[in-house]
Design a protein around this ligand. Structure first.
Ligand SMILES: [Fe+2]
Ligand SMILES: [Fe+2]
Length: 238
């Protein structure tokens, strides 16, 4: 299979940038995905790790000039989420980090070369036609500062590590089941914190009734997102 970083539009103006990784990273391979929202103020969700920066930058350039990026956003502080944040800030002079308040307070104000725009829980930012709302989900699936972005125009939930699927030959967008493959991946290496309020946070996400789930690892998914998120909550509690 091709090891090239690939780009697919998975919702109107939302592009999945995916780099397949070999089997030594995880059995069956793995993927690191970023999502580019192309609008008046373009936003990149997840930067990818530093070593992938040249490949992700070239992939963004297939959609729009990387220097046009306005927001570099991510769910929580890890290398695949924000490892190349400063490389992006250097490449895009107008760009600022965009994250939740906890990430800004605890890490990003110090780690990033420019100050972040910190969004409170439920706060919305207009990008042009598209709008993103930050949702705090502390410890779901992991990390105190964790949260997700909801894009209401396309009804897309940028859901980070939720529904992480192994493998490196998956389609960009699928309507097939991703819960069982993601549970199969989670079983030997449980990356969930199983925090007390986990079910409540997943129910809040389900209540948005997403039409598209933009997963960081594996295929993006289209279908009844509310139903799938409730099924995930059930699987986690079992
Ligand atoms: Fe993570
Ligand atoms: Fe991740």
């Amino acid at each position: 299979m091709s090891r090239d970083t690939n780009v697919h539009e998975i919702a109107d103006g939302i592009y999945r940038i995916s780099t397949p990784l070999p089997v030594d990273v995880a059995p069956g391979g793995f993927t690191f995905n970023q999502y580019l929202i192309a609008d008046e103020e373009p936003l990149l969700f997840h930067t990818g790790p530093r070593r992938l920066f040249p490949r992700v930058r070239d992939a963004v350039a297939r959609v729009l000039p990387p220097e046009r990026l306005r927001w570099i956003s991510f769910s929580h502080v890890e290398a695949d989420e924000c490892g190349s944040l400063n490389e992006w800030l250097a490449a895009a002079p107008q760009a600022a980090p965009l994250c939740g308040r906890v990430a800004a307070l605890v890490s990003i104000t110090d780690l990033a070369d420019r100050p972040p725009r910190a969004l409170g829980d439920g706060e919305t930012l207009a990008l042009g036609t598209r709008r993103v709302t930050w949702l705090d989900t502390p410890h779901v699936p992991h990390a105190w500062e964790c949260g997700f972005l909801w894009e209401s125009h396309t009804r897309t939930l940028l859901c980070g590590d939720l529904f992480t699927q192994g493998g490196n030959g998956l389609p960009a967008l699928t309507e097939a089941d991703i819960l069982e493959p993601s549970e199969a991946f989670r079983r030997p290496m449980d990356y969930y914190s199983h925090a007390r309020d986990g079910g409540r946070h997943l129910e809040r996400l389900a209540g948005l009734e997403p039409a598209t789930l933009s997963c960081m690892h594996g295929s993006a998914w289209r279908g009844d997102g509310g139903k799938l998120l409730r099924a995930l909550a059930d699987a986690i509690e079992r």
